[in-house]
Design a protein around this ligand. Sequence first.
Ligand SMILES: O=P(O)(O)OC[C@H]1O[C@H](OP(=O)(O)OP(=O)(O)O)[C@H](O)[C@@H]1O
Ligand SMILES: Nc1ncnc2[nH]cnc12
Length: 224
Amino acid sequence: MLLSLSSLSLRPPSPPLLFISPPKPSPSPLRSRPLSLSRRAMASSSNEEDPRLQRIASSIRVIPNFPKPGVMFQDITTTLLDPKAFRDTIDLFVERYREKGITVVAGIEARGFIFGPPIALDIGAKFVPIRKPKKLPGEVISEEYTLEYGTDKIEMHVGAVQPGDRVLVIDDLIATGGTLCAAIKLLERVGAEVVESACVIELPELKGRDKLGDRPLFVLVKAV
Ligand SMILES: O=P(O)(O)OC[C@H]1O[C@H](OP(=O)(O)OP(=O)(O)O)[C@H](O)[C@@H]1O
Ligand SMILES: Nc1ncnc2[nH]cnc12
């Protein structure tokens, strides 16, 4: 069922996570706008109507006005509660990248740490965490990027990625593209080749893809 934002705003706040029932294949009642399947994802899977994509889209919960008013938060924790949807998410990425000679999967904190490691293990690549500032204990290389107000920074251990490494960058979501763009720049600065970036969700309205220029981006579902 689709609910308007005004009717949702009259509801009490979402219950704590422990009280959330596992997602069903039908759309979550919290979702007020549907997620569409990415044409790119459909084109890359053997079957244009790959049922795995629909299940993944349905498993993502959308919470209006979190963490602040006006934001439709795309919550992938409900995908993690659905082992089949989680498995399918990993499999779709693994099927795409298995034969691409990827040597490093770089995951962006925090939600890139959920999807990156199983992909890295399956394709036989190293996993490298790209972290928020002051989290990594060793020597780091940093990249600053601009937010709507102010700046932010991401960091990576020096030596974790070598010149010539073929890197896949993974995150759960691309919004404005600032985070992904900074991660790509960081990796290129150490001489790596960023083969592709991949996210579970894209928010096309925010045009993050444009920020990446001609660098390839693969997504499974688009929030419309
Ligand atoms: O395309 P952008 O506008 O840069 O936004 C996308 C980033 O925002 C979210 O992370 P967030 O910064 O909320 O951090 P978290 O995963 O640690 O909560 C998301 O997981 C991406 O990393
Ligand atoms: N709408 C959104 N949902 C989840 N994570 C986000 N990061 C930036 N925008 C987001």
